[in-house]
Design a protein around this ligand. Structure first.
Ligand code: KG4
Ligand code: ZN
Length: 340
């Protein structure tokens, strides 16, 4: 079966044709138009600008992916959660293609897409249940995947997402949006215990997270210790600052995942979402949970992409879980879990 995946929930317009069979999931063609350079000028994603750019790029990326290919068996599209200005573009494109070409649509939850990004190119089906740590610019959630399409919320952030905290703190020290990858690069050069940042909610008995206080602690530290010029804080050692901040985020993510693993005893642990590109996080998680089968996305598939949407759709498509185009709507608040 071949599935065309379409993703436009944030700042990447992405399409991919994915072949799904007993051998695994393989990307046949893919194309992503990133808006990062445009949003960097504003310091973050501007929803109206995002919507306009998605509208501009959606057909060219689909055309490029489908060039010289036969028609797919299904169209998978992110229907939520995310920015409504972006979601409607992908959803409407999928509806038009479905109507004109008579191809069924699978509506895909963006978070389920991230979770399935770890299976790209793999022929090893995960043993379930899987404990999933999804960390992105908009989400920080611990989920228990009991079956395909069946997710239970274990814990989530009460305020900022982990990626959002990286981006906002990166902005304070003058890093362009998104600051996360640049902070983790600088962190490689620094001392992780140079600054003793708080580990919010590490001791709480639940599995929730909070990163707003850590962000404020980083701001206060900069106010007291860094030079402020042209609206930017310049710490004497940016590497130490980034490494200490990154380690505080990682410690909370890893410890909570470890405690959840002890309680739920999953057969697989999945780390996904944009922040799963962070190599220190992957290393720390693997060290903390040595006896678990831990899956990460392959390089290049942590950030939003159409391939992960096609992969998540496969499990719905084989059950004929399609949505008629007339009934398909974008839902910016669609939760992947039911217990909340
Ligand atoms: O999943 P994603 O592409 O978009 C959302 O669904 O939000 O995630 C983007 C987020 C951004 O906040 C970005 O800064 C963060 O992932 N990110 C990282 C790294 N690479 C991407 N954060 C920390 N370290 C990284 N290496
Ligand atoms: Zn995402």
């Amino acid at each position: 079966m071949e599935i065309l995946g379409i993703e436009s929930s944030c700042d990447d317009t992405s399409a991919a044709l994915v072949r799904c069979d007993e051998q695994g999931f393989f990307v046949v063609q893919e194309k992503t138009a990133s808006q990062v350079a445009v949003h960097a000028r504003y310091g973050g994603v501007v929803p109206e600008v995002a919507g306009r750019l998605h509208a501009e790029h959606i057909m060219p990326v689909i055309e490029e992916v489908m060039k010289d290919q036969k028609l797919p068996d299904a169209i998978a599209v992110t229907a939520g959660p995310g920015l409504i200005t972006g979601l409607v573009v992908g959803v409407e494109a999928a509806k038009v293609l479905s109507y004109l070409l008579d191809i069924p649509i699978v509506r895909v939850n963006h978070i389920e897409g991230h979770i399935h990004s770890v299976f790209l190119g793999s022929h090893r089906a995960p043993l379930l249940p899987a404990l999933c740590l999804v960390v992105s610019g908009g989400h920080t959630e611990l989920l228990l995947m009991r079956d395909y399409g069946v997710y239970e919320l274990v814990g989530k952030t009460r305020d900022d997402a982990a990626g959002e905290a990286f981006d906002k703190v990166g902005k304070l020290i003058g890093l362009d949006y998104p600051g996360g990858p640049k902070m983790s690069q600088l962190a490689e050069t620094g001392n992780r215990s140079a600054i003793n940042f708080p580990r919010p909610m590490l001791e709480s008995s639940d599995f929730d997270f909070s990163f707003a206080g850590l962000k404020t602690a980083a701001l206060y530290w900069l106010r007291d210790n860094a030079v402020y010029e042209d609206g930017i804080y310049r710490p004497a050692n940016a590497g130490d600052f980034c490494a200490s901040f990154e380690q505080a985020v990682i410690d909370v993510l890893v410890q909570k995942t470890k405690r959840a693993a002890a309680l739920y005893n999953p057969k697989t642990i999945i780390l996904a979402g944009g922040v799963s590109a962070n190599s220190a996080l992957k290393k720390n998680l693997a060290q903390a949970l040595p006896s678990f089968d831990i899956r990460f996305p392959a390089s290049g598939y942590s950030m939003d992409n159409g391939a992960m949407i096609a992969m998540a759709a496969y499990h719905h498509a084989i059950k004929q879980d399609f949505t008629p185009w007339r009934e398909l709507i974008a839902d910016p608040n669609w939760k992947v879990y039911e217990n909340d």
